[in-house]
Design a protein around this ligand. Sequence first.
Ligand SMILES: NC(=O)c1ccc[n+]([C@@H]2O[C@H](COP(=O)([O-])OP(=O)(O)OC[C@H]3O[C@@H](n4cnc5c(N)ncnc54)[C@H](OP(=O)(O)O)[C@@H]3O)[C@@H](O)[C@H]2O)c1
Length: 292
Amino acid sequence: MSNIEKSGAFALGGRTVKRLGYGAMQLAGPGVFGPPKDRDAALAVLREAVASGVDHIDTSDFYGPHVTNQLIREALHPYPANLVIVTKISARRGADGSWIPAFSPEELTGAVHDNLRNLGLDVLEVVNLRAMFRVDRPAEGSIEAPLTVLADLQRQGLVRHIGLSNVTAAQVAEGRRIAEIVEVQNEYNLAHRDDDALIDQLARDGIPYVPFFPLGGFSPLQSSTLSSVAQRLGATPMQVALAWLLRRAPNILLIPGTASMAHLRENLAAAELTLPGDVLDELNGVASARAA
Ligand SMILES: NC(=O)c1ccc[n+]([C@@H]2O[C@H](COP(=O)([O-])OP(=O)(O)OC[C@H]3O[C@@H](n4cnc5c(N)ncnc54)[C@H](OP(=O)(O)O)[C@@H]3O)[C@@H](O)[C@H]2O)c1
């Protein structure tokens, strides 16, 4: 079993979590829609993650929809006291699996109640408001109205902490004027580094940055540099990609997603991988080569 303590720890809301966690999205059916192909295997992955020391799981009630939250509840409820479950709201799923913005006060309030019910909780530890001005990437637009709704749900005691997802730096600044923001969750990995400046700013302010698609998401990362570094270090390319993120900034918390037990174990073992300085330079070149 891997020692994920070696990933280090960082404050998330009122808690401290290990920097290597788990993202539950891949547990739903194809296209994050419908039930998993193998329900018992999905439950086993969740239980193995927690048994291996994972204390931070990322989810949403719109994965499935409802499917991943129900799996988390079935696998892990009653939850260990140290487990932080982070969820997100502001989308719903069409009958065809499409992702539809759901930003009205009624939809946001309904989403918080759906998460509470499906996870079997009285209060959600962290809820990320996912901006949906564009579904596939951050785009400018005020988040004041939906964030004010979420802050009101927080005052009612249904939500302990608030984060933001799929946001621009301007939206992070706007959000921080409205509520205490305890994490920012955007797309970021070795080859997709739009948020470099934002990560550094959040690191200075002690706010966690949680990259989604840390392994490239639906098109897992492929790079000859990654493969050759992995071979030299006796690791896998995905382990190198995760170890690079852990080295990138101290406020980065990882939530790699997988429905495979073998991949889960491989990803958690990345906590034990040390990247020498020359290798870091080489890996940093991957993003520059793509940007050029
Ligand atoms: N805020 C947002 O808008 C947003 C958007 C997307 C995701 N998220 C969150 O971020 C988490 C992580 O994102 P993600 O799961 O989509 O992407 P990811 O972690 O970058 O990669 C997942 C993909 O990589 C594969 N994979 C995982 N480990 C592997 C390994 N060791 N070797 C080879 N392939 C491997 C998975 O397939 P297998 O199942 O076959 O391993 C899956 O296809 C999600 O679970 C979700 O909680 C948030």
